[in-house]
Design a protein around this ligand. Structure first.
Ligand SMILES: [Zn+2]
Ligand SMILES: [Zn+2]
Length: 206
């Protein structure tokens, strides 16, 4: 598996470029800004990007989605419950983030959907609590955890108008993520990678 992390946008969100070594096809997870930087890396890796997956609708994870789509022809996928938050400019204004929503996502995701990239396969895990339609992507020994689970922390839950809810995120993590194998490597939406085992043992919120 080809895997490249780029920190993008004003909040330094993690954008991941994931590719199949054999077929040279790929996906982009959370193109949150700096479209030129993302597109440059895609060219360096010589990948044909088929899918753009948004772990949730917050501006720091989606701001370059339209540009990456028009440059690559990839389809944009997001959970149905986060389309509204993506299209609400209040949150972007609140954090001083560029407002550049996707008007019509190509794919509306739900729990259990699978996303195939060449020979790679990932499963959508719906993990509400940071936002209503937040998802993680699980497969190939790794978990892309968006803003649900971080190295030593969890996503903020104070944005209640958009689905932030502490008990809901804790429930999502406990019932859907901590049930995964300890060895699974976690790539979060901000900050360094971790593992399920390290978070199970050391995350003060869990
Ligand atoms: Zn977020
Ligand atoms: Zn974020």
């Amino acid at each position: 598996m080809i895997l490249k992390r780029l920190a993008v946008g004003a909040l330094g969100a993690n954008c991941y470029i994931v590719g199949c070594e054999k077929e040279k096809t790929g996906m982009v997870i959370d193109p949150g800004g700096d479209a030129a930087k993302i597109l440059n890396e895609i060219r360096n890796l010589a990948l044909k990007i088929e899918t753009i997956v948004l772990t949730h609708g917050h501006g720091d994870h989606i701001a370059a989605a339209n540009e990456v789509k028009s440059a690559t022809g990839a389809e944009i996928a997001i959970h149905a419950d986060d389309v509204n938050v993506m299209q609400d400019r209040v949150l972007c204004d609140m954090f001083g983030i560029e407002f550049n929503p996707v008007q019509r996502p190509d794919i509306l995701l739900k729990d259990g959907d699978s996303i195939k990239i060449g020979e790679l396969k990932f499963t959508v895990i719906h993990t509400p609590g940071h936002s209503r339609g937040g998802i993680c992507l699980f497969g190939e020994g790794v978990l892309f955890s968006g803003d649900t689970l971080f190295n030593g922390s969890i996503g903020r839950t104070d944005l209640t108008r958009w689905g932030g809810d502490y008990s809901v995120i804790i429930n999502s993590i406990r019932t859907k993520l901590l049930t995964l194998d300890d060895a699974i490597i976690v790539y979060p939406g901000h900050g360094p990678k971790t593992t399920i085992g390290a978070e199970r043992r050391g995350n003060p919120f869990l």
